[in-house]
Structures are given as structure tokens and as C-alpha cells.
Design a protein. Structure first.
Length: 155
């Protein structure tokens, strides 16, 4: 599955480089079929757990089986990056945005006040927005002081 998703991501990059807005219908069907085949073969590898009637709980599954169940149940969400080119392949950018807040929390233990946390997040949000839009952070901070605020365009 890892190899397939990586190949799909590389294909999307080649599609974007060619200036296209989506992969061909044939490629979509081909990759979706491979995804389904991998999931079907994995279901044979992870048989359902043996149920014990004494407990009302669901029987415990392995981590691999849990992942497989999620890949099957959330197929459209997993493969959304392949259909909608605005959706990133990973969520690393979102995780990176939160990392600074967690580091600040870990080092100081917490913020002195709720207002301080709000101010910190507002400033960090501004800086990340400028970086994501390829704008100079220092220039835009100067523009804010001059009441010339940059508003990003959302597509």
C-alpha cells in the first residue's frame, strides 16, 4: 500500500508539472483498482478475530487490521489527494503549524494567561500565513504597522 500511494503521489506531481488539473480517467481507474486489490489481499492476511461470547466488547484486533479497516472505510478520504489537486498528500504542514505551540507549552509549562496564548497564536498564524503565501514576513509586519494588510486569495 505504501508503494502504491507513493506512486500515486509521484504521478500527481507529473500531472501538475504538465499543467493539467486532474489525472486521466484511465489512471484513476487503474490506481483505484490496485488500491482495491491490495485491500482485498490484505483481508485474507488479517482474518477476523475469534469472538469470545463471555465479553460484550468487540474482540481486540491487531494494529494492521485496524489500519486496513480504516483504509477500506475511508477510501475516498485517503485517495482525495489524487482527485483534488488542492488536497496535499500528507498533513505534515498542519502538524508543523501545531508543533511550535506544543514546544512553547512544553518549555514554559503553559502560558501565563489565556490572553497571552491568544496573542501567541495570532502572531504565529500570521507568520505561517505569510510563509505559505510566499510573502516576506518582515515586509508584511511592516505593512501591518502601516495599516496595509495583505489578504490571501483562497481558491
Amino acid at each position: 500500500m505504501h508503494t502504491l500511494l507513493t506512486r500515486m503521489n509521484k504521478h500527481i506531481y507529473s500531472v501538475k508539472e504538465k499543467g493539467k488539473f486532474s489525472p486521466s480517467k484511465g489512471k484513476i481507474q487503474q490506481f483505484y483498482q490496485q488500491y482495491d486489490d491490495i485491500c482485498k489481499s490484505a483481508e485474507h492476511y488479517y482474518p477476523p478475530p475469534i469472538e469470545i461470547q463471555k465479553s460484550k466488547r468487540k474482540p481486540k484486533q491487531s494494529k494492521g487490521k485496524n489500519l486496513l479497516d480504516r483504509l477500506v472505510r475511508y477510501k475516498e478520504e485517503t485517495l482525495r489527494f489524487f482527485i483534488n489537486l488542492l488536497v496535499p498528500f500528507t498533513n505534515n504542514l498542519a502538524e508543523r503549524d501545531l508543533r511550535m505551540l506544543k514546544v512553547k507549552e512544553k518549555i514554559s509549562g503553559c502560558f501565563a494567561s489565556f490572553k497571552g496564548a491568544e496573542m501567541f497564536n495570532r502572531i504565529r498564524g500570521f507568520i505561517y500565513t505569510m510563509k505559505k503565501n510566499n510573502r516576506s514576513v518582515l515586509e508584511e509586519l511592516g505593512n501591518v504597522l502601516k495599516n496595509e494588510v495583505y489578504l490571501p486569495v483562497f481558491v
